[in-house]
Design a protein around this ligand. Structure first.
Ligand SMILES: *Cc1c(COP(=O)(O)O)cnc(C)c1O
Length: 368
């Protein structure tokens, strides 16, 4: 899906979030993805602090105990179980494998990351489950279409895959956002048909601060059974939490994680990062900053947006000449979809992050 990937010679030498302005000498118009940012200072500090002494491995570290408690508190879910992995693909695929048998069907949007960007990992880890596409505008599953499809799903028919899970993504792959009620509308339809609900939250933090509700309202209270809480795109070095609001599948999930080679031995460095991220609401501040930078971009791109902006990601149509000028000036972003060679206009995907600087945005908009 993502085509142009011209990496810059070096990532910028900007300082951490806490020292905006210092050591910042040039604008880097880097809007390719939020995973291109480094780590905020408090996360680096947490890694350094966790480096002291000897700590048990494999998720039995005290940081993990504190993190589990913190997640249970933040999500108002005292029973929830938490499992960390280092990629969103592993998180999604392992979570779905605990919800869906090999002969099952996972209902998702045709643009879903699990469909488009995971090289068949969900199919692989489930042992062959089928991803069934549900339509809907702006990257969001249409509730009516979901109901219609589940009404004729072939449940109980030996020739058909058996409906097992609904997978939603928030923010969606089009940068749009499901409100808590919109998650609930779709989840209740799924639950009515006996499915369980997975939420790919690679950008859950961005959705949450934009929505202005509680973490519980945007997850289990809206019917989500398993949430992948993404840390990597919001300031962590490869930490994704799989949160099981219903703890029943957790043991199986742990076995699956180990079997997949995703149980980290020096696990403390994962848990310590996410713990620091959730302490003092750092995660919300980082997400708010990313969203604010996207809002600044949006303000200068009026009339060009392809989808309503849900958080820190937006898509816009630009004249090809503008695109060429931006590229010449070193702006980094993906075309979406790719292969747009013959068009007078191109569609671009712009993603901001915790470390995006207002100067980056302003220089970009000057060129537009
Ligand atoms: C980035 C992303 C992921 C995680 O991808 P990995 O590269 O496997 O870490 C999952 N879902 C969505 C929607 C994403 O944007």
């Amino acid at each position: 899906m993502l085509g142009i990937c011209a990496l810059p010679p070096a990532l910028s030498r900007r300082g951490p979030l806490t020292s905006h302005g210092s050591g910042y000498t040039f604008a880097t118009m880097y809007f390719a993805s939020d995973n291109t940012s480094g780590l905020p200072a408090p996360i680096l500090d947490a890694i350094t602090r966790a480096n002291d002494g000897y700590v048990p491995g494999y998720g039995t570290d005290p940081f993990m105990d504190a993190l589990r408690d913190r997640i249970r508190t933040i999500f108002e879910a005292p029973e929830a179980e938490v499992m960390l992995v280092t990629t969103g693909t592993a998180a999604n695929a392992l979570a779905l494998a605990t919800l869906c048998p090999p002969w099952g069907a996972i209902y998702c949007h045709g643009l879903a990351h699990i469909e488009v960007d995971e090289c068949g990992a969900p199919e692989f880890y489930t042992g062959g489950a089928k991803l069934v596409h549900v339509g809907g505008a702006d990257g969001k599953i249409d509730a009516g279409a979901l109901g219609d499809m589940l009404a004729r799903s072939g449940r109980g028919v030996v020739h058909s895959v058996q409906p097992a899970a609904l997978s939603l993504t928030n923010l969606s792959e089009c940068g749009t956002r499901y409100a808590a009620q919109e998650i609930a509308d779709r989840a209740w339809i799924a639950l009515d048909h006996g499915l369980r609900v997975h939420l790919d939250g690679a950008r859950f933090a961005n959705a949450l601060v934009a929505e202005g509700c509680t973490p519980a309202e945007l997850s289990w209270r809206a019917g989500v059974d398993v949430l992948v809480l993404g840390g990597t795109k919001c300031g962590l070095m490869g930490v994704e939490a799989v949160i099981f609001f219903d703890p029943a599948p957790y043991w199986e999930a742990q076995l699956r994680r180990k079997r997949a080679g995703h149980l980290w031995s020096k696990h403390r460095f994962l848990s310590a990062q996410m713990l620091a991220w959730l302490e003092d609401d750092l995660w919300l501040g980082l997400a708010r900053h990313a969203n604010a930078m996207a809002a600044r971009l949006e303000a200068g791109l009026e009339g060009r947006l392809m989808f309503p902006r849900g958080g820190n990601m937006l898509f816009a149509r630009l004249p090809r000449a503008t695109h060429d000028a931006l590229q010449a000036a070193g702006a980094q972003y993906f075309l979406w979809p790719d292969h747009q060679d013959d068009l007078a206009e191109v569609s671009v995907r712009l993603v901001t992050s915790w470390s995006t600087q207002p100067q980056d945005v302003d220089r970009f908009l000057d060129l537009v």
